[in-house]
Ligand binder design. Structure first.
Ligand code: ATP
Ligand code: MG
Ligand code: FE
Length: 342
């Protein structure tokens, strides 16, 4: 089964060809980070226009590099949501056109299912599994009883982790996207400014990051007003320790409560050095099997979309040519078998 996958939900244009949901034949990514840097964040309309400029070329190049003739493709997959609607639409229109012209089925795919299934690109997922999704727009603990079935057991009530990182980074004076800069500063610092841990109600798997973020912004503003030098390293380290402790603590508790066999880390913040090392250490100590995809499959890419779409294909679920971008698309409703249950 050869799936050509397209991803344009945010600021990366990506096209991949994936064999059997596991083997990546080609995965091309055109990032717009440099364009959006000047604005300190992603400008939706600018993103859409850049997707338009490179999507056709990337599709042609991906097919050429895959070594697969277009007729050999089994299906065309595309991110249907969640994401920026204008950005999503560019990928969806391109994917529809290709599917129509080649007379191949179209598979509208959930972006977060893609982030989770990036783990299938490096090894077999063992179910039941727990996924810790940490990205620019999402912070979730997802329970998977079996292949392609998603239950969101906890999520952020305000900011996503990546978003909080980027806002903290901006207040500390780092360029966009700031997550990696805060990570680096945190790891280089030799002491941490004490900051609160936000666990919420006992037993809850939800997260809240806005209070912690505000605590950081207040510290920075107070120092500025007093004319003191800002301890950027100490603040970065304190922030990172707080975030990581809560993420790891809740993920490990979910693993135990649901008797899961494997913990899947995914999303752009999976690049975080503090999170990776702390999670790895805790999982080793607790005898938990942990899967972390390589960096190129953690940030937005089309290979992960091809991996998730393959599950739908194997369960005989495809989309029609009328799909449109779903900015607030539900992960649970995208589960296999769900359309039949409803
Ligand atoms: P979503 O998948 O929720 O729609 P997204 O696709 O925009 O969001 P990703 O591309 O998965 O998000 O991740 C980007 C985020 O990851 C940014 O907020 C960025 O700052 C953050 N990030 C990247 N590297 C690191 C790091 N080392 N430490 C912390 N955050 C990081
Ligand atoms: Mg991105
Ligand atoms: Fe993403």
């Amino acid at each position: 089964v050869y799936i050509l996958a397209v991803e344009t939900s945010c600021d990366e244009t990506s096209v991949a060809v994936v064999k059997d949901g596991r083997e990546v034949l080609v995965n091309l990514v055109a990032s717009q980070i440099e364009t959006h840097k000047a604005f300190g964040g992603v400008v939706p309309e600018v993103a859409s226009r850049q997707h338009v400029e490179c999507i056709t070329l990337l599709m042609e190049q991906a097919i050429a590099e895959s070594g697969i003739a277009p007729e050999q493709l089994t299906a065309i997959a595309v991110t249907e949501g969640p994401g920026l609607v204008g950005a999503l639409l560019v990928g969806i229109m391109a994917a529809k056109a290709l599917a129509f012209s080649l007379d191949k089925p179209l598979i509208g795919t959930h972006h977060i299912a893609g982030h989770i299934y990036a783990n299938q690109l490096i090894g077999e997922i063992q179910y039941p599994a727990i996924a810790l999704v940490v990205s620019g727009g999402h912070t979730e603990i997802v329970r998977m009883e079996s292949e392609g079935r998603f239950e969101v057991v906890g999520q952020t009530r305000d900011d996503a982790v990546g978003e909080a990182y980027d806002k903290v980074a901006r207040s500390l004076g780092f360029p966009y996207p700031g997550g990696p800069h805060v990570d680096k500063a945190a790891q280089a610092a030799n002491s941490a400014v004490p900051l609160p841990r936000v666990w919420l109600e006992e037993g809850s798997y939800d997260f809240s990051l806005s209070g912690l973020k505000s605590a950081v912004l207040n510290l920075v503003n107070q120092s500025r007003m007093k004319g003191e030098e800002i301890d950027a390293g100490g603040i970065a380290r304190g922030f990172q320790e707080s975030v990581v402790e809560v993420l790891v603590g809740k993920a490990v508790r979910a693993m135990r409560q649901f008797g899961a066999k494997q913990l899947l880390l995914c999303g752009g913040v999976a690049a975080n050095g503090g999170l990776r090392s702390e999670l790895t250490a805790r999982c080793e100590a607790e005898g938990i099997t942990l899967s972390i995809p390589p960096m190129k499959y953690c940030t937005d890419n089309a290979a992960m979309i091809g991996a998730a779409a393959y599950i739908k294909w194997m369960h005989g679920e495809v989309s029609d040519l009328y799909i449109k971008g779903e900015p607030g698309m539900s992960l649970e409703n995208w589960s296999v078998g769900r359309s039949k249950e409803q």
